[in-house]
Design a protein around this ligand. Structure first.
Ligand SMILES: [Zn+2]
Ligand SMILES: [Zn+2]
Length: 137
C-alpha cells in the first residue's frame, strides 16, 4: 500500500505529465508547494520503490507501476469531483472534499462511477481514466 504522501506525488506527476512537458524538480516543487530539496529527497524514495525514474535529461517519468498508482489517485479525485458537481456542491468545497476523500478504495470509486454512469471527464473537462466498471459500456 502506498502512503498518502506518495499518492500526492503520483497525482502531481500525473497532472504535470498531462501537460506533455518534461517534468523538472522545480515543476513538481511548484505544483506541490514544497521546497526542491525535499522533493528531491522524496523522489529518491519513489525511485527506490520503482514508481518513477529521474534524470536531468528526461526529467521525472512514471514507471509502469507508478503510472498505475497515479491513475488510481487521479481517477478517484475526478470521479469524486463529478459526484460533488452532481450534488451541486460549491467549487471551493469541492476541491477540499476531493483532496480529503481521494484515498478511498477502488471499489468505492467504481461504485460512484457506476452511479454517475461512467463519466469520461471531470467538471473541469479533464479526462477521467477508465476503471474496471467502465468496460462493456
Ligand atoms: Zn477536475
Ligand atoms: Zn465506470
Amino acid at each position: 500500500m502506498v502512503s498518502e504522501n506518495t499518492e500526492e506525488y503520483l497525482e502531481a506527476i500525473w497532472v504535470l505529465e498531462e501537460k506533455g512537458q518534461k517534468i523538472r524538480i522545480i515543476d513538481l516543487a511548484d505544483h506541490l508547494n514544497i521546497k526542491p530539496p525535499s522533493v528531491l529527497e522524496k523522489l529518491k524514495k519513489l525511485e527506490e520503490e520503482k514508481l518513477v525514474t529521474y534524470n536531468k535529461n528526461e526529467g521525472i517519468k512514471f514507471t509502469k507501476k507508478g503510472e498505475m498508482g497515479g491513475k488510481m489517485v487521479i481517477r478517484a479525485h475526478r470521479i469524486l469531483e463529478s459526484l460533488f458537481a452532481y450534488l451541486r456542491i460549491e467549487e471551493d468545497d469541492m476541491e477540499k472534499l476531493s483532496c480529503a476523500c481521494e484515498h478511498i478504495s477502488k471499489g468505492t470509486v467504481n461504485k460512484i462511477c457506476t452511479f454517475l454512469n461512467h463519466p469520461e471527464t471531470c467538471p473541469h473537462g479533464k479526462k477521467i481514466p477508465r476503471g474496471e466498471c467502465c468496460k462493456n459500456i
